[in-house]
Design a protein around this ligand. Sequence first.
Ligand code: ZN
Length: 479
Amino acid sequence: MGIKVYNSLTRKKEDFVPTAEGRVLMYVCGPTVYALSHIGHARSAVSFDVIYKYLKYKGFKVKYARNYTDVDDKIINRANEEGVGAKDLAERYIKAFDEDMEALRVELPDIRPKATETIGRIIEVTEGLIKRGYAYELDGDVYYSVRLKKDYGKLSGKNIDELESGARVGVDERKKDPLDFALWKSSKPGEPSWDSPWGKGRPGWHIECSAMCMEWLGETIDIHGGGKDLIFPHHENEIAQSEAATGKTPYAKYWLHNGFVNIEREKMSKSLGNILNIRDVLKDHTSEAVRLFLLSSHYRSPIDYSKDSLKDAEAAMDRFYKTVQRIGAEYPDALKIEFCVPCIEDRFQPIFEAMDDDFNTAEVIGIIFKEVNRANRIMDEAKASGKPSGLVDLSCIIFVFREAGKFLGLFTRNPEEYFSEKNSRAALPPEEIERLIKERNDARKNKDFKKSDEIRDGLLQKGIVLEDSPKGTTWSVKG
Ligand SMILES: [Zn+2]
């Protein structure tokens, strides 16, 4: 059985058959680097990270490009506001985006092209479009003629006449048609610019992606991805330009789009002031809790971010690593497993089926947490019966965790590493916490329970939970 993907272009789930056998060319639209990246960027990056990993896991040779849009009106405006150079501003936010991706454990794509490094190809494609009659120059600007290709609108399902009637207000009078969009914009003084056959200028956003895709992957590709918000006009325009420029259809065989992240049931937007930056979310939650939250819904559905949903995800990750820790303590041999053929053939089948069905990570995560419950049940029962049994089952469970972790980018760490990331958020330095624990233990020895309770409650108020066991007292950060 092969992989099936939902293709936004055909609005159907289709068998995934790349153009060249065994090889996948995949392009995903990356960020416009003018501000810190938010949780919506995280969702797109994590969704396609898992798709990339799973395709590789299944044996495909994948060439994955995710770009940086590093020249754009938003970058220029922000740079002017701050009184810095547009290039410096873009570089600052490329660095910040890369840091956020690393923190979210997103693997680096094979190619990370920048628009400003693809100017030669952008000019070449634009010239080609003029030659073929699909674009025209107007005082140093170049526009794409939307009307000329009859299939414009095929991705978004938009009707060109309806678009036309909505586009009449405030349009540039010089354009042949109000829907025509800029491939090249002449630059104003002080703006970033490059020499071109039409004078000094800079590219429009849509042409950048078409050109980067051609430059780094080819004229036609297998997967083109991005957030649903990019379907219109960005991806629609990319298709129009690329297919008009090369004469090859389809530009991308499969169009995959991830859903939105809503914040407390509201659309995330600047006007509502509810934009949630990745680094702010990571201040309060472990990277794996954030990934788990993002992957617990199908990538195409909308997800609702709330304080509770993140808390639940973190509690689930804690439980996962506590279970692994417990297996390690009670059945250390279970951790030594390297590969298990019966597991892959049997226990792993539902996981493959879910992933093959348009990358249904939500279902896989459901299966993993059933295995977490099963592991605890096996250990509880062994303890109750006084007989150490269940090693084989527990080894298989560990194997399932590790194997699924390879493409989910979850569940593969050592529990100590996970808890130390979590505890690094503590409101007090670890030495201070240890000192208070010692003070509390001394108080308990002296039967000064009032003082020992005060210390415990004081720590709890700072979000630090103490746990007493025969081996001593340990601490962790709450939620
Ligand atoms: Zn793009």
